[in-house]
Design a protein around this ligand. Structure first.
Ligand code: ADP
Length: 726
């Protein structure tokens, strides 16, 4: 059994997310693609028209200058307005980021207005450098800060150093490319003043910084942000492109008053920035489920290095050598790359060590969990949603007297009593619906060897991160003994209740009997006292009084005996007795009491001498004989037999009376037991046979009856020949 199977379900909220960052690139919160698509189409059309106008100088040269300058300013102001709106709709760092982007566009737009005042308003060539350059150049750091505001710094030190190194590598590579393409030479041969040269150089440097920031930012962008981020970064890229073209053209004096078709870069750039806040908000929701970074994002810095390498090869092919600065740059790139490599190697090594440690810890935990589960005193089962057994621990298999391998894959129903399955299925319903976490019950289970066992069980639904039930975890304990004890206690209680009922019936019955006897005694004695009765009649009344008194005496004796039996105080006074003579005496008395019955004797010839209490055994015989007489109301033969068998004597008293119903035979010898259907007709207390059994068993013998309702009863008791039990 594998322990992960039993791992506690991980709550979705506890799933560690990939490094979370506090700032999201959230826009205007517009739902749906329609507004964005319309705006994007408009931006595309405007950019194409602008490019065409500046390329083909439509209408007139002045119109081209107007469209070029004013168009660029308008595009920048649209971007500024769009970003300002986004800033007003957001808060915190996102607001700051949009505000910085807006300020950058505004700064650039103002620069362009100054430029237009010279060219369009005053109709003169713009001096270089001019106040316009301040606006243009200020736009660069503002945009860069905007990008930084969107992408917060990485939290891990290793990632932070790696980001700085990647940025440096990109910057140096781009500078190398720019230098190789003649940046240095252009400025060396430029006719401008050193101050103008410095400002001119600020443009390509600003572009390199912008490109570096772009690469770094794109590297850290999450999938859901990429749409909006790409628009912003694409806008900056277009601007940087136009800036570079402007710088080169200005430096070598080819940037004319009519501008260039490359100016479209600014228009398209700012329109892209203006579009960014319009990106639909629906995708913001995806931010929650971010994944790891894409490979292309990680590889971005190497594109710049690749460009530098290609440039170096190109120089070699063209037979041009590197100057001192370019060589320093190349060396710097190499050093940074080595540093970056070492850093990432160290990082991966430490990550590897961490993962090894985590793996070892997990392994230890798994082993511990395995041990706990396999030694658990509870049966543990994993049940699939198809109600088939997926896994069991050894204890469970032992509970069901089978092997774990035999249980795995089998349906749960196989181990349930057929009557139980529907009920268990019903109990499971709240687990399926998710209204209850745990359900429990007791079920009769079928063991592998076809025997049954009562099990107490509880089951829990284990859910996946998505909230779907994956399997049920059930625990079982053997409650067979508990069940048996409960059943015995219930039966015992029922027995006590019944005894209680019988006792109450007995009390009312005895009261009735007493009263009847007393009424008889007082009635007959009154008649003798007050009546004019002859001697003969007096004798008859006296005989009746005597019968009633004897009945009372018998009942009191029986009750006292019963009391002694219940208290365990009945004692025997054993002596050697000839059983036949005891039987003969009892038969004589019975014959005297009833003339309607023919009592026949068939005794063992050899005198059976038994060790017994003669009074008590006489009581037993008298009781059985009086019952035989009592329950044969129509008279008939009563046979009294004694036979010696092995080491005991078997005495039988057989009548042809009412007989005993089969269902009553079990209870016959119990205390206070009377057969209801006879009760009304024949008087009695239900004590006689209970006392009989107690006396016989105390002598080491047995008592039983064979009977057929309507055909009579044959009561037997045995007594051992020799020394008694007590
Ligand atoms: P009781 O005083 O009621 O006779 P016993 O304990 O002697 O009490 O007998 C218990 C019950 O057994 C009787 O109520 C009667 O229903 C049944 N019984 C006993 N002996 C006989 C018999 N010989 N034939 C039929 N029923 C008998």
């Amino acid at each position: 059994m594998s322990s992960p199977a039993y791992a506690r379900p991980v709550q979705p909220s506890r799933v560690p997310a990939v490094e979370r960052r506090p700032v999201n690139v959230v826009g205007l919160g517009i739902e749906g693609w329609r507004p964005f698509a319309i705006a994007a189409t408009a931006a595309l059309v405007v950019s194409i028209l602008f490019a065409a106008w500046t390329a083909f100088h439509w209408v007139s040269d002045q119109a081209t200058i107007d469209i070029d300058d004013i168009g660029e300013a308008v595009a920048a102001f649209i971007a500024a307005a769009s970003c300002a709106l986004a800033a007003s709709r957001n808060s915190g760092r996102t607001r700051l980021a949009w505000a910085l982007f807006g300020a950058s566009a505004l700064s650039w737009g103002i620069g362009e207005v100054v430029w237009s005042v010279y060219q369009v308003g005053l109709g003169v060539a713009v001096p270089f450098p001019s106040a316009a350059d301040a606006g243009f150049l200020l736009a660069v750091p503002l945009a860069v800060l905007g990008v930084f505001a969107f992408t917060s710094a990485p939290t891990r030190l290793a990632t932070r150093s790696e980001t700085v190194l990647a940025g440096a590598i990109v910057a140096l590579s781009l500078l190398f490319v720019a230098w190789a393409f003649g940046l240095g030479k252009v400025y060396e041969s430029s006719p401008a003043t050193p101050a103008a040269q410095f400002i001119g150089l600020a443009y390509p440097i600003g572009d390199i910084i912008t490109a570096t920031v772009l690469v770094v930012a794109l590297r850290r962008a999450r999938r859901a942000e990429i749409g909006r981020m790409a628009l912003l970064l694409g806008g900056l890229a277009f601007n940087a492109l136009a800036d570079s073209a402007f710088a080169y053209l200005t430096a070598n004096g080819t940037y004319g008053a009519l501008g260039s078709v490359l100016d479209t870069g600014w228009v398209a750039g700012y329109l892209l920035i203006a579009l960014a806040p319009l990106w639909p908000a629906g995708t913001d929701r995806e931010l929650k489920g971010e994944g790891p970074l894409e490979l292309w994002q990680l590889a971005l810095p190497w594109v710049a290095v690749f460009a530098a390498a290609v440039t170096a090869v190109r120089l070699a092919v063209l037979d041009q050598s590197l100057d001192r600065f370019a060589t320093v740059l190349a060396g710097g790139i190499g050093i940074l790359m080595v540093a970056s490599h070492v850093l990432s190697h160290r990082d991966s090594l430490s990550l590897l060590q961490k993962s090894h440690r985590a793996e070892a810890q997990l392994g230890r935990r798994n082993r511990l969990l395995d041990e706990i589960i396999s030694h658990a005193p509870l049966g543990i089962v994993r049940v699939g949603t198809d109600m088939k057994i997926v896994d069991v621990n050894p204890r469970m298999a032992a509970l069901l007297r089978t092997e774990p391998d035999k249980m795995i894959g089998a349906p749960v129903a196989k181990y349930l009593h057929p009557e139980e399955f529907a009920r268990v299925f019903e109990i499971f319903q709240p687990l399926w619906k998710g209204t209850l976490e745990t359900v429990e019950s007791d079920s009769r289970a079928l063991r592998g060897d076809s025997t049954e066992v009562w099990l107490h069980w509880s089951a829990t639904g284990v859910r996946s991160a998505s909230g779907r039930i994956e399997y049920f975890l059930a625990m079982y304990e053997d409650t067979d003994a508990e069940h048996a004890a409960n059943e015995a206690a219930t039966a015992h209680l029922a027995g006590l209740e019944r005894l209680n009922k019988l006792k109450s019936e007995f009390v009312s019955l005895v009261s009735h009997e007493f009263r009847t006897a007393l009424v008889g005694i007082s009635g007959f004695s009154e008649m003798i006292r007050d009546g004019d009765v002859s001697l003969e009649e007096s004798k008859g009344y006296a005989a009746d009084i005597n019968k009633d008194a004897e009945r009372l005496n018998r009942m009191i004796t029986d009750m006292l005996d019963m009391d002694r039996i219940e208290a365990g105080r009945l004692t025997l006074h054993p002596q050697s007795v000839d059983l036949n003579s005891l039987l003969e005496d009892a038969v004589d008395r019975a014959r005297a009491s009833s003339s309607r019955h023919d009592i026949v004797c068939n005794f063992e010839r050899q005198q059976p001498i038994v060790q017994c209490d003669p009074d008590r055994i006489a009581q037993v015989i008298a009781n059985l004989l009086s019952n035989a007489v009592k329950y044969s109301p129509d008279g008939g033969e009563i046979a009294v037999t004694s036979v010696r068998r092995d080491n005991h004597v078997d005495v039988s008293i057989r009548d042809h009376g009412v007989g005993i119903a089969a269902d009553f035979i079990q209870r016959l010898f119990g205390r206070y037991e009377r057969y209801e259907k006879n009760s009304n007709k024949i008087v009695g207390t239900g004590l006689g046979l209970a006392i009989t059994r107690q006396i016989v068993e105390m002598h080491g013998g047995k008592v039983w009856v064979d009977s057929e309702p309507g055909a009579g009863s044959d009561f037997h008791f045995t007594l051992p020949v020799g020394s008694p039990k007590d």
